[in-house]
Unconditional design. Structure first.
Length: 115
């Protein structure tokens, strides 16, 4: 599998995740997302695998598996969406967009609720 630099929309989503996270989690996410590489998931064009840079801050003990971020509510929302960060040993391995409803949301259309 070939890993590459995140696209602009992937980078924007990673930045939104950092901004929406609680302070202790945000520092770990920023460390893991900085210099990280990504690869597409086989089953989805929007979800992606993440390979953090070598020196990182691990996620705090006791965080959920996966770490879940809710999407900000909008009046025109027709789909229930969550952004899930799957991790092993405190290191993020993939970003999954989980949804119920209409079509899979595009990364650029995702707005997160602040914690």
């Amino acid at each position: 599998m070939d890993y590459m630099t995140p696209s602009k929309t992937q980078r924007a989503l990673l930045d939104k995740l950092i901004a929406a996270a609680e302070p202790g989690l945000a520092a770990a996410l920023q460390s893991q997302f900085e210099g990280a590489l990504v690869a597409p998931e086989e089953h989805c064009s929007e979800c992606f695998k993440l390979k953090p840079a070598n020196r990182i801050v691990r996620l705090p003990r006791g965080v959920g598996r996966p770490v879940s971020f809710d999407i900000a509510e909008t009046a025109e929302a027709t789909t229930a969406v969550d952004v899930l960060l799957w991790h092993e040993g405190g290191c993020i391995e993939s970003v999954e967009i989980s949804w119920v409803g209409d079509a899979h949301p595009k990364l650029e259309d995702i707005d997160l609720e602040s914690r």
